[in-house]
Design a protein around this ligand. Structure first.
Ligand SMILES: Cc1cc2nc3c(=O)[nH]c(=O)nc-3n(C[C@H](O)[C@H](O)[C@H](O)COP(=O)(O)O)c2cc1C
Length: 200
């Protein structure tokens, strides 16, 4: 079927965010899908007037950031409440963390990389156990330190966390660790699966 011809339901890019970085990721994915000829909309699972319904979508990419070792609670609730509908459509989960930035940082030692990767996997596994949802595709994405958006106390806390994670501690500006090109490849693969499921 030709994509973007109004026959297919849109693809939902459903996200949960605290400081806005995951919204940026979701908007980027929706734009990339548009460029590939798909109808797509980015929606905040915690901020819509009416609860979001996965059955309105032909496929869904869910994205949530991690704070203090937990994915956003509104995403956990959304998936728990809507798992049966999510299971009926192609879906993927994107986990946005600072630990993934440690995995991807070229200067990380093999030991550090392994530790960061274990952290990333642990929170993802916790999310799947909590929600009992097992999407076919999962992607860990490095997030951002948005110091300029944090209040004074949070800036202090995050500088400390960043130091431990060997991330940037210059609080006078924001630091974006997302690998946007790799994210685009992920979108490509997801889109390809929708066009020809057997080929992937
Ligand atoms: C208060 C706070 C706690 C965080 N805790 C974690 C954490 O436990 N593990 C982690 O890998 N990243 C952690 N991060 C990093 C966030 O996942 C990262 O900043 C992400 O880009 C936030 O996305 P958002 O703006 O969409 O919420 C934390 C960030 C903040 C501000």
């Amino acid at each position: 079927m030709a994509v973007g011809d109004g026959v297919m339901k849109p693809i939902g890019v459903l996200y949960a965010t605290r400081s806005g970085h995951t919204r940026r990721i979701a908007d980027h994915i929706a734009n990339e899908l548009h460029e590939r000829g798909f109808e797509a909309e980015a929606k905040n699972v915690g901020a819509e007037a009416a609860p979001l319904d996965p059955s309105h979508y032909s496929a869904a990419i869910l994205a949530a950031s991690v704070h203090y070792g937990q994915h956003a609670s509104e995403m956990v609730e959304f998936v728990k409440n809507r798992r049966s509908e999510l299971d009926k459509i192609p879906s993927a989960f994107i986990s946005v963390t600072l630990s993934e930035a440690g995995v991807e940082r070229p200067e990380s030692s093999p030991q550090e990389r392994a530790r960061f990767a274990a952290d990333t996997q642990r929170v993802i596994e916790k999310f799947f156990e909590e929600t009992e949802w097992r999407p076919a595709r999962v992607k860990a994405v490095a997030g951002a330190l948005l110091y300029t958006k944090y209040n004074l106390l949070l800036r202090f806390v995050m500088k400390y966390m960043a130091k431990n994670a060997h991330a940037d501690t210059d609080t006078s500006r924001d630091h974006d660790y997302t690998d946007w090109l790799t994210l685009d490849r992920f979108v490509d693969e997801f889109a390809q699966q929708l066009i020809s499921p057997a080929a992937v």
